[in-house]
Write a protein that binds this ligand. Structure first.
Ligand code: SME
Length: 149
């Protein structure tokens, strides 16, 4: 759950930024990572049939290359659908980055033609940390990032 004030503040900052590409993505992850409940904030770029870890803020992860279809991240691409997982312990197809993670949201980043450029992946330490407000916010972040990908 993100407040309207936090959402507006961060979206305004990203829109007003003069950065492009990986610098803009790093700036966005830095801003997002300070939100309450956002314990790991990262971006994966889709390169062919593999998701490649891009800019992130949080613990280092072993999952730097994720094939499409694997884990929550790979499922988002395979299904062409955002993923909001209330409790990752209930999933079979889950790639654990931290034993502290209880919930996760993955929102696809697409270009104007609808092709998937990558995704924003957020982990939370609480069960049910993310809802439709976070999905909507991250979709908006993704739209700004896609323009200057
Ligand atoms: N949990 C993800 C892998 C990425 S880490 O959360 C950073 C997944 O199941 O795809």
């Amino acid at each position: 759950m993100i407040s309207g004030a936090d959402s507006n503040r961060i979206l305004n900052a990203i829109e007003a930024s003069s950065n492009w590409g990986s610098e803009l993505r790093a700036e966005a992850m830095s801003l997002i990572s300070k939100l309450p409940g956002y314990s790991w904030s990262g971006i994966y770029r889709l390169e062919g049939a593999t998701l490649e870890l891009d800019e992130f803020v949080g613990e280092r992860t072993d999952h730097t290359h994720i094939p499409v279809g694997r884990g929550v991240c790979g499922a988002a691409v395979a299904e062409n659908a955002n993923q909001v997982v209330n409790d990752v312990r209930e999933l079979d197809n889950y790639l654990s980055c931290s034993i502290k993670t209880k919930s996760e949201i993955v929102v696809l980043v697409k270009n104007e033609e609808g092709s998937i450029l990558g995704q924003i992946d957020i982990d939370g330490h609480e069960v049910g940390a993310f809802d439709r407000s976070d999905e909507h916010f991250l979709e908006s972040v993704g739209e700004f990032l896609a323009i200057r990908w």
